[in-house]
Design a binder for this molecule. Structure first.
Ligand code: ARG
Length: 461
């Protein structure tokens, strides 16, 4: 069939060029936004007398009918159309004849596609924020439940100092709060209307862009028509917010994978979120966590693709930009799927406090506290640090830990050591004494939990 844009050319293109040019397979999911956008456009044209009130009304009714028919399954989207915009307009014209052909007055597909994408993405972004919130809430509950469970804290993946599991989990919650903020900030910048920018230069018709923007729930309009049709910053920003979110989920996945190994044994994932091996009967593999980690690469790829697509484009619209949707939609779909698995997976995993405690007993993670003990008795920190290191070396040589080294052996290093050293270096004391704000003591973790619950309650989305 000849194209709706047949004019200078006869609109007859090679089949392979049609396939190559087509985006309907990707943009068909924006049919609701496309139709609502067109309904607002028709209303504006009618209100400004650019078309008659009756024509506007009949276009709006026609569009409403198309929406209902797609929704009920009576109308199938014709995948041989170039894109969703052409499909809707073609269907409208089939239904209404010449009146349908008036819809595209004072509009271009360039502002139309920018409008649809912004509307579609703002809806999906708010759904994504809700899922991130759900994960943050799930993890906060988990942290609360295990706020006093002692585990080794690591730096360089070497046992460093004792922390609580609740503290460790709250660290991820903090990341998720930032993710929520980033996403809603991005959504704010996205929520300005490009419709009315037309092809690139605006229009000679007496349009009302504010009217359309308000009807479609935008906070304002793009102030420069060339920018309005060629700006895809909001796509790049959204993918980059999602990339950061995925990076957080990926780090967490990595820990879940390690923690569920026999070497750690800190958690056991529920059977519902693990798989077996086709050959090794003993296996219980953390595939979901591994996939979240793997899919992070896919989202990063989308971000790189978007940045690269845009980097050499002269103003204003260029067809290269059609490549934007596939990347952003895929990033959204991926993050959404990952969160939908991550939430129940973390809510149902078994936390093995005993194994964490056992691990915390090895690795001299109370050595800093041993040094601090001497400092509090008057020794300069550097000297105390050195002596403590020598004591650790002695323990390793004798197959002992700081808790089992005799008082006489301690005293051979410094007369400052007394019986109370044992109480000071117990893991419970090490944790309980870290009361600095944001620290690992139960009181401090409780404070973090309270602050997070309040922050979540104060967030609107
Ligand atoms: N399918 C196109 C896209 O996604 C719509 C805009 C086409 N505009 C044009 N002038 N060819 O970008």
């Amino acid at each position: 069939m000849a194209k709706m844009w047949a004019g200078r050319t006869d609109g007859v293109t090679d089949g392979i060029a049609d396939d190559f040019n087509s985006s309907i397979g990707v943009d068909c999911r924006m049919y609701k936004e496309d139709i609502s956008g067109s309904m607002a456009h028709a209303a504006m044209l009618g209100a400004r007398g650019i078309i008659t009130k009756e024509e506007a009304e009949s276009i709006r009714n026609g569009l409403k009918g198309i929406m209902d028919d797609i929704e009920s399954g009576r109308l199938k989207i014709d995948m041989s159309c170039e894109d969703i915009h052409m499909f809707v307009e073609q269907e409208l014209t089939t239904r209404l004849g010449d009146v349908g052909k008036k819809l595209h007055t004072a509009r271009s597909r360039n502002d139309q596609v920018a409008l649809d994408v912004r509307m579609y993405l703002r809806g999906r972004t708010s759904e994504l924020i809700s899922l991130v919130r759900e994960l943050a809430e799930t993890l906060t509950d988990l942290a609360e439940e295990h706020k006093a469970a002692i585990m080794p804290g690591y730096t360089h993946l070497q046992r460093a100092q004792p922390v609580t599991f609740g503290h460790h989990i709250m660290a991820y919650v903090m990341m998720l709060l930032r993710d929520m903020d980033r996403l809603s900030d991005c959504s704010k910048r996205m929520n300005v209307s490009p419709i009315g920018c037309c092809a690139l230069a605006g229009t000679t018709y007496d349009t009302d862009r504010q009217f359309e923007a308000a009807a479609l729930g935008f906070d304002g309009i793009c102030l420069n028509s060339m920018d309005g049709v060629s700006d895809r910053d909001f796509c790049i920003e959204l993918i980059s917010c999602i990339a950061i979110l995925m990076m957080h989920l990926s780090r967490f996945s990595e820990e879940l994978i390690m923690w569920s190994s026999w070497e750690f044994g800190f958690i056991e994932l529920s059977d519902a979120y693990t798989t077996g091996s086709s050959i090794m009967p003993q296996k219980k593999n953390p595939d979901m966590a591994e996939l979240v980690r793997g899919k992070t690469g896919r989202v990063y790829g989308g971000l790189m693709a978007m940045l690269t697509i845009m980097k050499g484009l002269p103003l204003a619209y260029n067809k290269d930009m059609q490549e934007d949707k596939e990347r952003v939609f895929d990033a959204l779909d991926t993050a959404e799927m990952c969160l939908k698995v991550f939430i129940p997976m973390t809510a149902t995993m078994r936390v093995r406090e005993d194994a964490m405690k056992e691990a915390a007993r090895r690795g001299f993670i109370n050595a800093t506290d041993l040094a601090d003990y001497l400092v509090k008795k008057g020794m300069p920190f550097r000297t105390a640090y050195k002596i403590s290191g020598q004591i650790v070396a002695l323990c390793i040589e004798k197959g002992k830990v700081l808790e089992t080294l005799g008082l006489d052996e301690y005293k051979s290093f410094s007369p400052l050591f007394e019986e109370d050293v044992y109480g000071e270096i117990s893991l419970e004391t090490c944790v309980a004494k870290r009361i600095s704000q944001g620290g690992t003591s139960v009181a401090s973790v409780e404070e973090q939990i309270r602050a997070v619950r309040k922050a979540l309650a104060d967030k609107h989305v």
